[in-house]
Design a protein around this ligand. Structure first.
Ligand SMILES: [Zn+2]
Ligand SMILES: [Zn+2]
Length: 531
């Protein structure tokens, strides 16, 4: 028998049991934060504890789930890029229950409008309509029968100007052209495009500005805040320009200079000259109130008034103009708060289905998806750290949305104003360092890309796995599921859940290896190459 460690240093050098469990779980690709569910078999009453993955997309939270999510995105990207047939996404016919719910809703609307016509009180029917809308959602119908709120009517002067581009009617086609080579071979090339923001000042190799004092941090902050809207405009313009329902899979990432850029896999092909034309003509105007003059700062901030539910000037008690009032006050001679454009430099390359290039590009598209946008490039020197700090400071007081607390700084009540708002302390994600001003989705996929949702792609993988393992398909209607909470007698603490998932992973990895070996052997014997 060996003697145990005696000194404190020796004991501290021993690995911590719990860390080893976590490391093992990560090594075997098991979720580090499994969620416990109680599954009851309706027929037999048999109760089982089931651990399901957390499906977090950040590696800093759950490396295994984040990696699985990344692989799933790569599969989604690959499946849609070179489709040679139109993806079928016809919705299922409505069920009897769904039709009945919509019929009730129609009757309630007719009754309500009849009352309104007579100038009578509609509040009771309005409540009923609210309930019916909820019921319609509960029957699993997508969307609403009516838009939630009537849209604001704005003067046409402040609508987005149309880009000066030739406009073709957009056909329903989503699949690119096929080219036939002289030898009869067919090609269906697609595109990989990278769009960047314009220059805000010269930057060095490390992305830090050559002269931070003249670098346009305000422009950089605003472009980042409105990057998603600019991308939408680009796709809209591109579709009108090419004349078909062009499909894309795009990933938004930061460059070294911490400005967002977007990699786009596009189905079908467009010439460089045409792309250049569309990029040059694309811009997004931000018709927000002016923020040129700071009205409230430091300790002098607007105060909330409970009676009126509005913010007041701290000295005069005057009610600050509301969001809608300030929007309506934007005059004909006013300029938009900001006009976002892409930089003139872009990258575009043709990519063929199944090629090495295609795999490489899918690698680019999914490379950083498991990290926060602000964690993709860690500052390695003082200049980079200083640059990140200056950008964060520029983003601190820029309004991120109509509801941003920063509007108070400029004497405007944010939309849906509520007590506790403080300029410079807006809770919007865009202001946080890890987002660098871009709080939108990291992956933007058009609706008819692969014709499948992420959940469909996930189900594909599950089906593949159960088939490979020769497991029987389970009937989902046979079970009821309940979450298990810490107060429940059958609740397992996280440590115990981790031990279970490690054991499970090892068990079915062994089973999968076996199934693969068998399949390979069957292939070999089928070709008669077995020794
Ligand atoms: Zn997880
Ligand atoms: Zn904000």
């Amino acid at each position: 028998m060996t003697a145990g460690p005696t000194t404190r240093a020796e004991r501290m050098a021993l690995p911590l049991a719990r860390t080893v469990v976590k490391d093992l779980a990560a090594e075997h690709g098991a979720c580090l934060r499994p969620v416990q569910l109680r599954r009851t078999d309706i027929d037999t009453g048999h109760v089982e504890q089931v651990l399901i993955p957390c499906w977090h997309t950040l590696a800093s939270v759950c490396p295994s789930c984040a990696e699985r999510a990344r692989i799933l995105r790569a599969a989604q990207c690959r499946e849609g890029w070179h489709l040679d047939h139109e993806p079928v996404i016809d919705p299922d016919p409505a069920t009897g229950q769904q039709r009945a719910a919509v019929t009730d809703r129609a009757e309630a609307q007719a009754d309500r409008d009849a009352l309104a016509n007579e100038g009578l009180d509609t509040s009771e029917l309005d409540d009923r309509i609210g309930e019916l809308d909820q019921q319609i959602t509960d029957t699993r119908l997508r969307g609403q029968v009516l838009p939630a709120r009537p849209r604001r009517h704005r003067s046409t002067r402040h609508r987005q100007d149309a880009a000066p581009l030739p406009r073709r009617p957009v056909s329903a086609r989503t699949v690119g052209k096929t080219y036939v080579a002289p030898d009869g071979k067919t090609f269906r090339p697609s595109l990989f495009v990278t769009l960047t923001c314009p220059s805000y000042g010269r930057v060095g190799e490390d992305g830090a500005p050559a002269d931070p004092d003249i670098y346009d941090y305000r422009g950089a902050a605003r472009d980042a805040l409105h990057f998603a809207a600019l991308f939408d405009r680009f796709i809209q313009n591109l579709r009108r320009f090419v004349g078909y329902d062009l499909q894309y899979f795009a990933a938004i990432e930061p460059q070294r200079r911490l400005a967002p850029h977007v990699h786009i896999a596009i189905r079908g092909t467009i010439s460089r000259a045409e792309l250049r034309e569309v990029i040059a003509a694309t811009y997004h105007q931000v018709w927000w109130p002016s923020i040129e003059s700071v009205r409230y700062d430091g300790d002098c901030l607007p105060v909330w008034d409970d009676h009126t539910g509005t913010f007041l000037d701290p000295d005069t008690g005057e009610v600050l103009p509301t969001w809608d009032e300030t929007l309506d006050a934007i005059g004909h001679e006013d300029e938009p708060l900001h006009v976002a454009r892409f930089g003139a430099r872009f990258d575009a390359q043709g990519v063929l289905a199944g090629s090495r290039d295609a795999s490489r590009c899918i690698g680019y598209l999914t490379k950083y998806l498991t990290k926060h946008i602000g964690d993709c490039h860690q500052a390695a020197n003082g200049n980079q750290a200083d640059h990140a700090a200056r950008l964060a400071e520029a983003l601190r007081y820029e309004p991120c949305s109509a509801t941003c607390a920063n509007w108070l700084r400029f004497g405007i009540q944010p939309k849906n104003a509520r007590p506790g708002l403080r300029p410079g302390a807006c809770k919007g994600k865009a202001h946080r360092r890890e987002y660098l001003g871009y709080a939108g989705r990291r992956v933007l996929v058009s609706r008819k890309w692969s014709g499948k949702t992420l959940a469909d792609h996930r189900a594909d993988r599950r089906t593949w796995l159960t088939t490979a393992l020769g497991l029987p398909a389970t009937d989902p209607a046979r079970y009821t599921w309940e979450p298990v909470t810490p107060g429940d007698p059958d609740h397992m603490p996280n440590g115990q859940r981790l031990l279970h998932v490690v054991a499970d992973r090892i068990q079915w990895q062994t089973a999968l290896d076996l199934a693969r070996r068998r399949a390979a052997e069957a292939d070999l014997s089928a070709t008669g190459r077995v020794a």
